[in-house]
Design a protein around this ligand. Structure first.
Ligand code: MRU
Length: 374
């Protein structure tokens, strides 16, 4: 049984019933970070162990873990374990090593702002500690520094969990009874340390008996919808079906879809939203069919320095992820291909953005700012 496989590999992790509990995504313990390898889901539950920030950054870049809030939480833990490993000798050394570590983590992926938010938050803590402890750092100072960083990383994680719960409740209120809902990519528990953002909304509404049916788009090329989201929906007992991305318009037109909810990797100050490639197309289809289009994302997803979506960097990933499916080449040898991993949905196509602080609707620059200041 996969759950047993998990605890057999890592006796410190509890055995779990695959279909009742969400596997732990990150386990931070004994100066290491165990990361659930999402590349192997849903077939196998395997953890990889990282002991350095470089290892966490590589796991992030290689998509062993993914999903905006989760890569932020991993970066926070990666920062804490790296500073513990490097044991800076002085305040100046701490400043140098902290800056280098934050930069290393932030270089892992460019679009999800949660990664930058978490690394910068940890960096600010480390720099404040250096300012308060000038000169050499002995064992007592190290003890204080390491436990302060561990606490901060745990806080990043618990805030994410709480934000997911709050978004679930705010979002569920927007959905009608007998809701037929569609989602794209994976904005579920596997993308966060909580119940998920978009899938958290679906789960919460399901517990309130509001969900008649949920559709998960498969999400080419990385198949987050086919491998992760539909698995989460099934495990929650939500009536659901998997569709390929090119079925979305037909299903929306013919199957009574009355809401679409997705997550976000970065939201500009005017509400333009970067999310997994395919989200923009879905929003255009939703507009045509007058179906409300919701984005659920915690407030650290809002990048106030990006005035609009044009300022968001879109990650270009390897074209091998397009020309190969699960290690099988599906295109002619020597083919040219493209792989933008995200797209930007203009604010005008978004009915509402759901954050842990409430609902932003209509999605305007002023309303985004108002939500952030709540
Ligand atoms: O490339 P991924 O799998 O990290 O992309 C994930 C998404 O696009 C999610 O929709 C987004 O991060 C929101 S996660 C709560």
């Amino acid at each position: 049984m996969p759950g047993m496989e998990n605890s057999a590999r890592h006796p410190s992790l509890p055995a779990f019933d695959l279909y009742k509990m969400i596997p732990a995504r990150l386990v931070y313990k004994n100066s290491s970070l165990k990361i659930l390898d999402q590349r192997l889901l849903p077939d196998r539950i395997v953890y990889i162990t990282e002991k350095t920030a470089a290892g966490v950054a590589k796991a992030t870049r290689d998509m062993a873990l993914r999903g905006a809030p989760l890569i932020g939480c991993a970066a926070a833990f990666g920062f804490a374990l790296e500073l513990r490993r490097l044991a800076p000798a002085s305040a100046a050394d701490l400043q140098k090593k902290a800056r280098r570590t934050a930069n290393l983590l932030k270089a892992a992926r460019p679009t999800a702002v949660a990664l930058f938010y978490a690394a910068d938050r940890m960096l600010a803590k480390a720099l404040a500690f250096a300012a308060a402890h000038p000169g050499r750092l002995g064992p007592d100072a190290h003890k204080k520094l390491f436990s302060m960083l561990d606490r901060e990383a745990a806080l990043v994680t618990s805030e994410d969990e709480a934000a997911c719960e709050a978004m679930g409740l705010h979002g569920a209120k927007l959905l009608p009874k007998n809701c037929v809902i569609m989602t794209h990519c994976n904005a579920g528990a596997l993308a966060t340390m909580g119940i998920g953002t978009a899938v958290g909304v679906i789960n919460t509404a399901h517990k309130q008996h509001k969900i008649r049916h949920a559709y998960s788009c498969e999400t080419r090329p990385y198949l987050q919808g086919a491998r992760l989201t539909i698995w989460e929906l099934m495990r929650e007992g939500i009536p659901s079906e998997l569709i390929t991305d090119n079925m979305a318009a037909h299903i929306i037109k013919t199957c009574g879809v009355n809401a679409i909810v997705v997550g976000a990797d970065r939201i500009a100050a005017n509400g333009d939203t970067a999310n997994k490639i395919g989200t923009y197309g879905l929003a255009v289809i939703a507009k045509h069919h007058k179906v409300p289009f919701y984005v659920a994302a915690p407030t650290p997803t809002v990048d106030t320095e990006a005035s609009d979506g044009g300022e968001i960097i879109i990650e270009e990933r390897s074209v091998r992820e397009v020309t190969y499916v699960q290690n099988v080449c599906i295109a002619p040898k020597g083919v040219k291909a493209r792989h933008p991993a995200f797209d930007v949905t203009p604010a005008a196509l978004i009915t509402a953005i759901i954050t842990e602080k409430g609902v932003i609707s209509p999605v305007t620059r002023a309303n985004v700012a108002r939500n952030l200041n709540k």
